[in-house]
Design a protein around this ligand. Structure first.
Ligand SMILES: NC(=O)c1ccc[n+]([C@@H]2O[C@H](COP(=O)([O-])OP(=O)(O)OC[C@H]3O[C@@H](n4cnc5c(N)ncnc54)[C@H](O)[C@@H]3O)[C@@H](O)[C@H]2O)c1
Ligand SMILES: [Zn+2]
Ligand SMILES: [Zn+2]
Length: 368
């Protein structure tokens, strides 16, 4: 990683072709995501010279001649998926697999990844193509700045945590296990609350992160304990059942194993196998945690070849449902913005503001 002066961006696509549907944003906030850590840790391939940063919020400073709705001066959240708004998938609200945003792969574009060549926003300025379609404009500038530390979560981790819960079919009264108490796991816990879940359990080896979750009023389990996670969950549920209705993987390929000995080891299958164990028959699992077959640092030969050792045959009889992949941010970001602007998620802030509660890892903001 290094800091470079790349100059002010041009209104052009990654192949250098002029695009008039784009805008340039001056970045107000940009966060570091667990997905950036996979690149940083050498676990997700990225091309040399790529500019990092896919969680971006900024003020529009230049608009292309085809942009009609977005104006200079607007403060907008940028969904991390790059999407055209006109292809079949975008029209079906699957902006995470837009068919026009990644010429190499043929689908799936994102800023600051090996996904289409779109440069990231851990920078002063960034280019946003298809701006009329993609940008979420905040209705009031002063209010946006006042709530920017929560609104900054709309570019990725809040919709991602929410998506994980929605596809796991979290609803009124659901019991939920969320693996991982990083930013995505904590946003998933807040999302489960918004969706009406009853018992919300979050697991993480990291004690400081568990404390933050506990302080916010959720239950926690410790995967490094000698007591298996499934037994800890059974005790917390207190219903005699070993199963939760829904579960969400907010960890991904760098997950660690279990127990006092296993928890220092990276076992790529650890979380998904646990979700299959603790989710009730006919329950559902959300898997926003990232996995890839382009992983030079994978822990086993099988993983290096792009395969995983899953307990799928044993889980099959439980009629499992699982949904994996990137979050279609535009599916959720407007509604979650409204929830934040109307103070319907007051429990969100203490989960990521370290100055308010313990040890959170909130967004980096150049407003500070
Ligand atoms: N699908 C998407 O659209 C999308 C979007 C954003 C992030 N992500 C992914 O979501 C995941 C979480 O992101 P983050 O920013 O919160 O990452 P993070 O690295 O900050 O947090 C991951 C947490 O998981 C914990 N953990 C490790 N092994 C565990 C286990 N076996 N059980 C329970 N917890 C365990 C770690 O201690 C850590 O605190 C990452 O894989 C990230 O790439 C996906
Ligand atoms: Zn991210
Ligand atoms: Zn598209």
């Amino acid at each position: 990683m290094e800091l470079q002066d790349k100059g002010y961006p041009k209104l052009q696509d990654p192949k250098g072709r002029k695009i008039e549907h784009a805008v340039i944003l001056k970045i107000i906030t940009t966060n570091i995501c667990g997905s950036d850590l996979h690149i940083y840790n050498g676990r997700f391939e990225a091309p040399q010279g790529m500019q990092m940063g896919h969680e971006n919020t900024g003020e529009v400073v230049e608009v292309g001649s085809h942009v009609e709705r977005i104006k200079v001066g607007d403060i907008c959240s940028v969904p991390f998926n790059v999407s055209c708004g006109t292809c079949r998938n975008c029209r079906e609200r699957h902006t995470e697999v837009c068919l026009n945003a990644n010429e190499e792969l043929g689908f799936c574009g994102a800023y600051g990844f090996n996904l289409g060549g779109w440069q990231g926003g851990q920078a002063e300025y960034m280019l946003v193509p298809w701006a009329d379609f993609q940008l979420l404009k905040f209705p009031d500038k002063d209010q946006a700045i006042e709530k920017i530390r929560d609104l900054t979560l709309l570019s990725d981790i809040l919709p991602t945590g929410y998506h994980g819960c929605v596809v796991a079919r979290v609803g009124t009264g659901s019991t939920v296990y969320i693996a991982g108490a990083g930013p995505v796991g904590r946003c998933a816990a807040a999302s489960a609350q918004l969706l009406g879940a009853s018992c919300i359990i979050v697991g993480d080896h990291n004690e400081a992160r568990r404390d933050l979750v506990k302080k916010a009023g959720y239950e926690v389990v410790d995967p490094s304990s000698a007591t298996p996670v499934a037994d800890q969950i059974e005790k917390l549920l207190g219903t005699g059942s070993r199963w939760v209705d829904a579960s969400v993987d907010c960890v991904g390929l760098e997950c660690h194993g279990y127990g006092p000995d296993g928890s220092s080891e990276n076992i790529e299958e650890a979380v998904i196998n646990t979700l299959m164990e603790v989710t009730k028959p006919a329950g559902a699992m959300g898997i926003p945690g990232v996995y890839t077959n382009l992983d030079p640092g994978a822990p086993t030969e099988l993983n290096k070849q792009g395969f995983m050792a899953l307990g799928f045959p044993a889980a099959w009889v439980k009629s499992p449902t699982f949904t994996a992949g990137q979050c279609p941010v535009m599916h959720y970001n407007r509604d979650l913005m409204m929830a934040i602007l109307w103070d319907r998620m007051p429990y969100l802030t203490p989960l990521h503001r370290s100055d308010l509660a313990g040890t959170g890892s909130g967004g980096l903001s150049n407003l500070q």
